[in-house]
Design a binder for this molecule. Structure first.
Ligand code: SF4
Length: 353
């Protein structure tokens, strides 16, 4: 099997260069250029052109772009990639004056089946490897004038269902790209054994738990995994994480009008988020509409009311902008659109006499 560009470790690069009779200092030039400087191979002009070309040929990129979309202000860019074996994954770059954040996919598809999510509606394809996750960050970096400062594992897939590759990628982002551990955020729908393994990781990454409902009955309708790991167990594991790592845990809450955004639900949520070291922080995110789910996003008034109820009960709450709705920025939407388009094209082709 071919080793991908970001799957080639230092020893593999050293062996490749030695076989070509290159001096030893070239190893540092290649590795520092690709990771510490985060440059594409074509930009490493300290290397002779022929050598750049032979490295590019021997270690191909793992992701081929299918689509790229930018929002109107060019602060959000989204890519749909095809892997060597034909899986499709998405990556989003979000820029603000203060930071550049890359949202990566950890799996092609997802087995968790959250009913409001385009990725969940489409099912699971496979786990991504660490090099495929690293490549998403670096390809986004290559397109960004700002240095990427944050990586959030909130794209396609459940990161804690793919712990080996996800943890390996966290280590590499920290050690090779120089990202701070606290600027790496792992988001989970509550895979409790994965949360416990994350607590053992020797990097204090930020944990974000997608809650979406204050009670088990409603949460199970939105997040089927709740039947296996109910809210109380998920919150216990999150409390242990906060205690052990000394890090504040954040909670994601997709606000669906008239479903989970009633004032009484805010009170119930606040009642559950007690006993967290450093307090609990809730991010309220208006639902990103998908074709397979009938709910609609809460309006601004309901969001503000919900946030105020949480805050008056001592729980910090932030209303997040739904970035890039005009470019299908919620995970799985670009892929769903691409696949619907292909299905329609196949259908029309069949109809041609
Ligand atoms: S919300 Fe996350 S965990 Fe749930 S189906 Fe979508 S990608 Fe998977």
């Amino acid at each position: 099997m071919t080793t991908s560009r970001y799957g080639a470790d230092r020893d593999t690069v050293a062996q490749f260069l030695a076989e070509r009779g290159e001096p030893r200092y070239r190893v540092d030039q290649v590795v520092d250029g690709l990771y510490a400087q985060r440059q594409p191979i074509d930009n490493l002009t300290t290397l002779p052109l022929a050598l750049r070309e032979s490295i590019a040929g021997a270690f191909p990129l793992a992701l081929e772009p299918i689509r790229e979309q930018r929002d109107r202000r060019d602060t959000t860019v989204k890519w749909l990639w095809r892997t060597a074996d034909g899986a499709q994954v998405e990556t989003v770059l979000m820029r603000s004056p203060k930071r550049a954040t890359v949202c990566v996919s950890s799996q092609a598809g997802c087995a968790m089946g959250c009913t409001f999510c385009a990725t969940g509606q489409a099912g699971f394809e496979r786990h991504l490897r660490a090099d495929e996750i690293i490549e998403q960050v670096l390809r986004a970096q290559h397109a960004s004038s700002q240095r990427v400062s944050n990586v959030v594992y909130m794209g396609m897939g459940e990161p804690l269902a793919n712990v080996d590759a996800v943890f390996a990628s966290c280590h590499r982002l920290h050690d090779e790209l120089g990202l701070s551990a606290r600027h790496l955020t792992i988001s989970t729908v509550g895979v409790v054994p994965g949360m416990r393994r994350l607590a053992e990781l020797d990097l204090p990454v930020t944990l974000a738990v997608s809650l979406h409902a204050p009670d088990d009955a409603l949460r199970a309708q939105l997040v089927p995994l709740n039947d296996r790991y109910p809210i109380a167990e998920v919150l216990d594991a999150a409390r242990e994480y906060a205690q052990l790592k000394g890090r504040r845990v954040t909670f994601e809450y997709a606000c669906i009008s008239e479903v989970n955004d009633h004032p009484a639900q805010a009170d119930a949520l606040a009642g559950r988020l007690t006993g967290f070291r450093g307090g609990a922080h809730v991010n309220l995110i208006p639902l990103n509409p998908t074709g397979g789910f009938a709910g609609r996003a809460s309006d601004r008034e309901r969001l503000e009311h919900f946030a105020a109820r949480l805050q008056s009960a001592g729980v910090q709450a932030t209303i997040r902008r739904n970035r890039g709705t005009d470019i299908d920025a919620a995970c799985g939407q670009l892929r769903a659109r691409e696949q619907t388009g292909r299905a329609q094209a196949r259908e029309s082709a069949r109809m041609v006499p």
